[in-house]
Design a protein around this ligand. Structure first.
Ligand SMILES: Nc1ncnc2c1ncn2[C@@H]1O[C@H](COP(=O)(O)OP(=O)(O)O)[C@@H](O)[C@H]1O
Ligand SMILES: [Mg+2]
Length: 357
């Protein structure tokens, strides 16, 4: 069997740059080297693309881009066989690639921008295509589509950053007509809980709206769901079958699962499997597959829910979907797949074999 060349992309002009460094380290340490030759392309925080051929440790400790192992690389959308090119000794060299694995998260990475570029070139890549990536990144759009499929979700309103900048009382009245405090205010497209605030009174609403509007041009104000946070991994097999994992549960150990609970404090507790009823697990698995299909996803996605109530009264409410979920071996997506019978190395192989254009 001819070895395929897989190009792993890491970093990115995104607030989740550091998460990507950890995710790609996991991939590089566990990818099946008997099947795949690897090239790595790093994207700096300001969006510059470099071919990187140095040790993995320098990716993990974020010194890769100051090393001697980098070469500026260009993307040529008219060449599907060798879309990356670089100049050496005055000559243009092209890099043959069979598959691209974008191991990057958040804006400019997971939101259809990179995916559109790969699609344009016609080179196979892991994960969702351009449209599904963009739709899933934009919570307002994903919610709108899912509301037409009868997927339960928090009640919400959506405002533009322009409306928020004008700061009229009518806007706060509109919130209070539909929702009661506390409410959650969040950018429509962001991640890592950046710009998310739990608002307990009208007095705190303007600042929370302005804060969310710093991160996106659309802002959601949502009903507060008092429930447990439960996540599920969906894998789209190369033959087209969908696998939904066991669920995992997060207890943020703080008021909500904010940036500090995710990356700084050690308060969060993770449970695999989630402490939910068997029937609720089955319900989430079925709803997750329906969501994955409705949003046109491919490859993989982690879908996050709230479970409200206990026992027979457990109610399942969709929160959000991540099309390139955190991907270290101990991140929720790989942990859930591993628990459900697909070990990390095998998962990477299946994703690469299921890559599409
Ligand atoms: N409607 C809501 N009710 C209760 N908690 C919420 C709600 N929306 C968000 N949260 C809390 O805020 C966190 C981050 O919000 P989320 O919508 O998942 O954005 P992000 O894409 O930044 O992860 C959630 O994990 C949860 O703890
Ligand atoms: Mg989230």
């Amino acid at each position: 069997m001819r070895k395929k060349t897989v190009c792993c992309i890491f970093g990115g002009n995104s607030t989740e740059y550091e998460v990507s460094l950890q995710s790609v380290t996991g991939v590089l340490n566990n990818i099946d080297r008997n099947r795949y030759d690897i090239i790595t392309i790093g994207v700096t925080r300001d969006g510059k693309f470099y071919l990187y051929d140095g040790p993995e440790e320098k990716i993990k400790d974020d010194t890769w881009y100051t090393s001697d192992y980098i070469t500026p690389v260009l993307f040529d959308p008219s060449n599907s066989d060798a879309p990356f090119a670089f100049v050496t000794g005055g000559e243009v060299r092209r890099l043959h690639v069979d598959c691209i694995f974008p191991v990057v998260h958040g804006k400019n990475c997971e939101d259809g921008t990179l995916q559109g570029m790969f699609s344009l070139a016609g080179v196979p890549y892991v994960g969702c295509g351009c449209t599904a990536s963009a739709v899933c990144m934009d919570k307002a759009t994903a919610k709108l589509i899912l509301s037409t499929c009868g997927i339960p979700q928090a009640k919400y309103l959506c405002f533009t950053a322009d409306e928020i900048a004008r700061g009229a009382d009518t806007l706060y009245d509109a919130v209070e007509e539909v929702l009661s405090y506390p409410v959650f205010v969040k950018p429509s497209a962001a991640g890592s809980s950046v710009g998310v605030t739990k608002v307990k009174s009208r007095a705190d609403l303007p600042a929370a709206l302005r804060c969310a509007a710093e991160h996106d041009s659309k802002v959601l104000v949502e009903e507060y769901i008092e429930g447990r946070e439960v996540e599920i991994a969906v894998l789209h097999e190369p033959d087209g079958t969908l696998i939904a994992s066991e669920c995992g549960e997060i207890d943020p150990g703080s008021e909500f699962y904010d940036y500090a609970a995710k990356y700084i404090n050690d308060t969060a507790k993770y449970y695999v499997p989630a402490r939910i009823n068997k029937s609720t697990q089955e319900k989430i698995a079925a709803v997750a597959k329906k969501i994955f299909t409705a949003l046109g996803c491919r490859g993989f996605a982690r879908i996050d829910f709230f479970v409200r109530g206990h026992g027979d009264a457990e109610e399942v409410i969709f929160n959000e979907i991540n099309t390139i979920p955190g991907f270290t071996p101990i991140s929720m997506y790989p942990r859930l797949m591993e628990y459900s019978g697909v070990p990390y190395g095998e998962l990477i192989t299946r994703l690469i074999e299921g890559a599409g254009t």
